[in-house]
Design a protein around this ligand. Structure first.
Ligand SMILES: Nc1ncnc2c1ncn2[C@@H]1O[C@H](COP(=O)(O)OP(=O)(O)OP(=O)(O)O)[C@@H](O)[C@H]1O
Length: 402
């Protein structure tokens, strides 16, 4: 391709939608083993039995959601006796909204907007399954988002025990979990865990060759030939592998092509990738920050401020600083912190102090710039006004068992 400046109405994209995060790719390579394991789990449902519950576990951007969407689409094509419903736990964060989603997808219309309890929503789901003789497979995408406050436990317990109140209602779950250290046997109570008894399917980060294959396939259909030269693709692959998330690579390509397009060039240069990388590497973190409730954001802002000032960030210290801005009991603070952790916006690191060890909270690189200063309206209340500190939870967090 010659390097003429682009006319104002020209574009380098054949199909820009291919770079959207929720685009279902035409081909899904490198995950045959995982797809076979998933198919094995769902096979009993195709014969009218209950599916085996399955957890797809691996770091972000390793194809877990895509695998679930592919297998669910195959099930839908194969039989109407099995109804797979995929629920985004980033979007549906309460048990009630999850049940509403199931009700709507199964029954075909939303429930009345007011006054329908979770119990009646599930009753309608259970009755419908029993009457139709269909098997429900609930996909809980990013299930780790429901772990705080016991929501995941409640949802799983009620879905998997539906047959007890509605004999003949068969259900199973496929969960995706990107927090590789979630121990379900601790997050769930013993009874729920024993009903779940999940098969685990591991999704490892893609190798450089696999990333190249995935991005290359997308480029072949998504942009015109020659727009992304091999040396530029090499750089994108290298950056993507370093982040471990294919989504970063797709975003990076999209931004780099747009950057070249805006500069009126017909091919992407290394400089376009460098400029785009500053944005693309934080794709996932930005999405996480956007889903925060104001109170969760406030905790993150306080924490980021402490990091900026080089202050000690053990959970006790952070709690004091947060409570000085917005009085809250430790339990509430702890829940918010767990949610920031579930979103991978913060992590905990062990540090030696004197003879002992302490755990400090670390803000992920790049998150600091995404949150502003502590919100206005600070009450300035002192710690003394805070009541209800749950010492046991504080110890759990400090001790790293939370
Ligand atoms: N094998 C693959 N072939 C083509 N595209 C892929 C493949 N694996 C992942 N992708 C693409 O990468 C992006 C991220 O994939 P996906 O959402 O499935 O990851 P995930 O493991 O579920 O991530 P998260 O844990 O963050 O939800 C999607 O846009 C998807 O299309």
């Amino acid at each position: 391709m010659t390097h003429h400046p682009l006319m104002a109405d020209q574009t380098l994209f054949r199909d820009p939608d291919l770079f959207d995060a929720d685009h279902l790719p035409e081909t899904f390579h490198y995950r045959d083993t995982q797809m076979e394991a998933l198919a094995l789990s769902l096979r009993p449902a195709l014969r009218g039995g209950s599916p085996l519950n399955t957890v797809l576990r691996g770091p972000p951007g390793t194809g877990k959601t895509t695998a679930a969407r592919y297998i669910f689409a195959q099930v839908e094509e194969t039989t109407c006796r099995v109804v797979p419903i995929l629920v985004s736990c980033q979007a549906e964060r309460t048990a009630h909204t999850v049940y509403t989603k199931l009700f709507t997808a199964l029954i075909g219309h939303p429930p009345p907007s007011h006054g329908t309890s979770g119990t009646s929503l599930l009753a309608a789901v259970g009755r419908t399954l029993a009457e139709r003789g269909t098997v429900l497979v609930v996909g809980l995408d990013d299930a780790n988002y429901l772990a705080p406050k016991g929501v995941l436990n409640e949802v799983l317990a009620r879905i998997l025990r539906l047959h007890e109140s509605y004999p003949g209602a068969r259900t199973g779950v496929v969960m995706t979990d990107s927090s590789t250290d979630t121990d379900l046997s601790r997050v769930l109570d013993r009874a729920t865990y024993s009903v779940l008894c999940p098969n685990e399917v591991a999704f490892h980060p893609y190798t450089a060759e696999e990333v190249r294959g995935i991005l290359g396939d997308r480029l072949q259909v998504g942009v015109y030939p020659g727009v992304v030269p091999p040396a530029v693709l090499d750089l994108v692959v290298e950056r993507t592998v370093a982040c471990g998330d294919v989504r970063v690579g797709l975003h990076l390509l999209n931004e780099a092509v747009l950057h070249a397009e805006r500069a009126g060039r017909t091919a992407v240069e290394v400089g376009d990738v460098e400029a785009a990388f500053a944005v693309a590497r934080h794709t996932r973190l930005t999405a996480g920050v956007q889903t925060l409730a104001p109170q969760e954001r406030a905790v993150l802002s306080v924490l980021a401020g402490m990091v900026r000032r080089g202050e000690e960030t053990t959970s006790g210290r952070v709690y004091e600083a947060v409570a000085a801005v917005e009085p809250m009991c430790y339990t509430r603070f702890y829940e918010r912190l767990k949610r920031l952790e579930a979103l991978d916006l913060v992590t905990r690191r062990q540090r030696k102090i004197g003879q002992g060890w302490t755990r400090e909270i670390v803000v992920r690189e790049g998150v600091e710039e995404m949150v502003g200063p502590v919100p206005a309206g600070s009450s300035g209340a002192s710690l003394q006004s805070v009541t209800g500190v749950a010492e046991d939870e504080k110890c759990r967090y400090e001790g790293g068992r939370g």
